[in-house]
Design a protein around this ligand. Structure first.
Ligand SMILES: NC(=O)c1ccc[n+]([C@@H]2O[C@H](COP(=O)([O-])OP(=O)(O)OC[C@H]3O[C@@H](n4cnc5c(N)ncnc54)[C@H](OP(=O)(O)O)[C@@H]3O)[C@@H](O)[C@H]2O)c1
Length: 259
């Protein structure tokens, strides 16, 4: 099977490329800039303009759509860009489009999530048989968030927010399995092995880094806070990932924090 991966140069993309290749797929990867790789065919395509999309989807059986722009032009890239991709894929006769989304896009009122939900709807309404995988947060995302906060002094956070970090390599394996299984015509969810309160996650992070930064508790107000504390970002769906937050911390910072 020949598969195009959009956003292939990103964090999740590198795992997806490796997994699809290991599974014996022929892989084409797209980025906005030229890249070279020995066992992947790189092509240039931009979702914001549509440039290169028709060429990128020509001759592929399936598309794994990861590209996203959370920090600007999100509507242009994630919603309208997904529409451009879906239409190009339909015109090229692509048999399956797999879209990566996030657990909570339908519950948690964050502008980025509103765009991801709209992109899911574009995929579902489009001409290509489809699947959506909603994953929970990658541990690297939580790690970056805490590190950014700690640079300013104390770590700020709502102690009771629930998170369920999931390893991006395991998400890549789920995506590859979905490619192999064919279109679901629906949404599946995939989360990490443990649901953690924010203060538990911060405690483990501080121990792993030997940090003395205190956690300065804030209560996130309104519906956003209510959804985050009520589990808007977590899922009971099975199976779950295996690698824990402690595994990530041990691999990243050393030590013996595992499980
Ligand atoms: N981070 C998380 O915790 C998490 C959790 C669940 C789901 N997800 C989803 O997983 C996906 C990948 O996340 P990630 O953390 O791997 O993101 P990432 O590292 O930021 O990668 C996203 C990629 O999108 C590409 N991109 C941005 N603007 C583009 C445009 N105009 N046209 C074409 N490509 C564009 C970029 O590739 P180039 O710069 O090479 O063009 C970038 O490498 C996203 O859809 C995200 O919503 C993330």
């Amino acid at each position: 099977m020949r598969v195009l991966v959009t956003g292939a140069g990103g964090r999740l993309g590198s795992h997806v490329l490796a997994r699809l290749r290991d599974d014996g797929m022929s892989v084409r990867a797209s980025s906005r800039r030229p890249r070279i790789g020995s066992d992947v065919e790189w092509v240039v395509a931009d979702l914001a303009t549509g440039d290169g999309l028709a060429e990128a989807v020509t001759g592929v059986d399936a598309v794994v759509h990861l590209a996203s722009s959370p920090r600007g032009r999100t509507h242009q890239v994630d919603v309208l860009g997904t529409r451009r991709l879906v239409l190009a894929a339909g015109a090229a006769g692509v048999q399956h489009l797999v879209y990566i989304s996030i657990v909570g896009v339908d519950r948690v009122p964050i502008p980025y999530y509103r765009h991801k939900l709209a992109a899911e709807q574009v995929v579902a309404a489009g001409p290509v048989p489809w699947s959506v995988l909603r994953a929970t947060q990658f541990p690297e995302f939580l790690d970056d968030l805490l590190a950014t906060s700690a640079r300013l002094g104390p770590v700020f956070g709502d102690r009771a927010v629930l998170a369920q970090p999931v390893d991006p390599g395991e998400v890549a394996a789920r995506l590859a399995a979905r490619v192999a299984a064919g279109p679901l015509g629906g949404i599946e969810k995939f989360g990490g092995p443990q649901v953690l309160r924010f203060d538990e996650a911060v405690r483990a992070w501080r121990e792993a880094r030997g940090s003395r930064r205190p956690l300065l508790p804030v209560r996130i107000p309104g519906r956003l806070g209510r959804e985050l504390r009520a589990g808007g970002l977590v899922t009971e769906a099975l199976p779950r990932g295996v690698r824990t937050w402690a595994d990530h911390l041990a691999d990243t910072y050393g030590g013996t924090a595992r499980r």
